[in-house]
Design a protein around this ligand. Structure first.
Ligand SMILES: [Zn+2]
Length: 163
């Protein structure tokens, strides 16, 4: 059976009805984030249908962090654990898909050949690279300060290499 690893977007967007067949799992951090608000109702609903909360093993968390450092995808600590759990299942030869609307999460999955299922938005079709840009003037900013205006405020934008 396919294993679906749910990130917080599933609960925030009340998207459980549209999901394919499969065991539903998530990480402790997502469960914590979903304790309040509208998402709590959806979380409760999925939990009643059988949602397993699993903590990834340390070695897979380390592997996910290394991957993130390499690609510079902007992901949260919770996302790191989602990716780590996917790596863990994949290492056991399980069929696994991460359910997420987050482009950075999808991108990490793509790079590691982990399946992913986008929800409302169209998922990425190609790997993205993240490029630093100046927050003030939008100029490309590879370093820590803008060559154009001197600002040190940096933002990362997805960049799809054209072919
Ligand atoms: Zn600038």
């Amino acid at each position: 059976m396919q294993i679906l690893i749910l990130d917080s977007t599933v609960f925030l967007e009340n998207a459980s009805d549209g999901l394919p067949e499969g065991a539903r799992v998530t990480v402790f951090e997502v469960a914590e984030e979903m304790k309040s608000g509208k998402a709590a109702i959806e979380f409760d609903k999925i939990q009643k249908m059988g949602l397993e909360i699993i903590e990834p093993k340390e070695e897979f968390i380390v592997a996910a962090k290394k991957l993130q450092e390499r690609t510079e995808d902007r992901v949260s600590q919770t996302d790191i654990r989602i990716i780590a759990l996917a790596l863990q299942f994949k290492s056991r030869g399980k069929e696994v898909a991460v359910v997420s609307d987050d482009y950075a999460v999808q991108n990490l999955c793509k790079k590691e050949k982990i399946g992913f299922i986008p929800l409302s938005k169209k998922g990425i079709t190609r790997e993205l690279n993240w490029q630093g840009h100046c927050k003030a003037c939008n100029a490309p900013m590879p370093g820590n300060a803008c060559d154009v205006c001197g600002s040190t405020n940096k933002k990362y934008v997805p960049h799809q290499p054209s072919r």
